[in-house]
Write a protein that binds this ligand. Structure first.
Ligand code: FMN
Length: 174
């Protein structure tokens, strides 16, 4: 059996998908041919499994950073807070050099490039466990080795825009 052809176009599909609100992440790793930091904005992050701890995200086959993430041993997924909107915008355009200009980077416990910014809502250090081809994207499955979280209000993406939900009080605990 095979799937029926869609009765909608790509623009309508994108608009329908946009009704699903997501958080926003910034994923970093190291260049495959040097120590340069690589990073981009990703909203396709998802939890997959608690034991073992697995997460997923998808990367366009057209992304310039794809070869770096395919070869990376580890990467760090930063869940952005509402006060990091500027980072979400900056890491979705321009060159890698422009994205990291003036940005302080450090290393995760197992040595992956990560942001030093304390304003992240959470971060997950991932071993690059496996990848699956799916249409025009690659699905990355990461095995989480270390993670940390704060209770900053998260950045929210919805209908192609950032919805900061400013009336919400920051969470104070689990
Ligand atoms: C809020 C937001 C979410 C995004 N989510 C994704 C995503 O899940 N997957 C993806 O491939 N690109 C996503 N992008 C687009 C990339 O950030 C953008 O294409 C970036 O320039 C790719 O960088 P690169 O070409 O250096 O790899 C998103 C952009 C924004 C603003």
């Amino acid at each position: 059996m095979t799937a029926n052809a869609p009765d909608f176009d790509a623009a309508f599909f994108r608009s329908a998908l946009g009704r699903f609100a997501t958080g926003v992440t910034l994923i970093t790793t190291q260049s495959h041919d040097g120590p340069q930091p690589i990073g981009l904005t990703i909203s396709s992050f998802n939890s997959v499994s608690l034991e073992p701890p697995l997460v997923s995200w998808t990367l366009s086959k057209k992304a310039a950073s794809l070869p770096h993430f395919e070869k990376a041993e580890r990467y760090v997924i930063h869940v952005l807070s509402a006060q990091q909107l500027h980072l979400a915008r900056r890491f979705a355009t321009g060159s890698q050099e422009q994205r990291f200009e003036g940005i302080e980077v450090g290393r995760s416990p197992n040595g992956a490039v990560m942001l030093s910014d304390p304003d992240c809502a959470a971060w997950f250090e991932c071993y690059n466990l496996c990848r699956h081809e799916a249409g025009d994207h690659i699905i990355f499955i990461g095995q989480v080795e270390r993670c940390e979280r704060s209770f900053h209000q998260p950045l929210v993406y919805h209908a192609g825009d950032f919805d900061l939900t400013p009336s919400h009080e920051p969470l104070s605990g689990d």
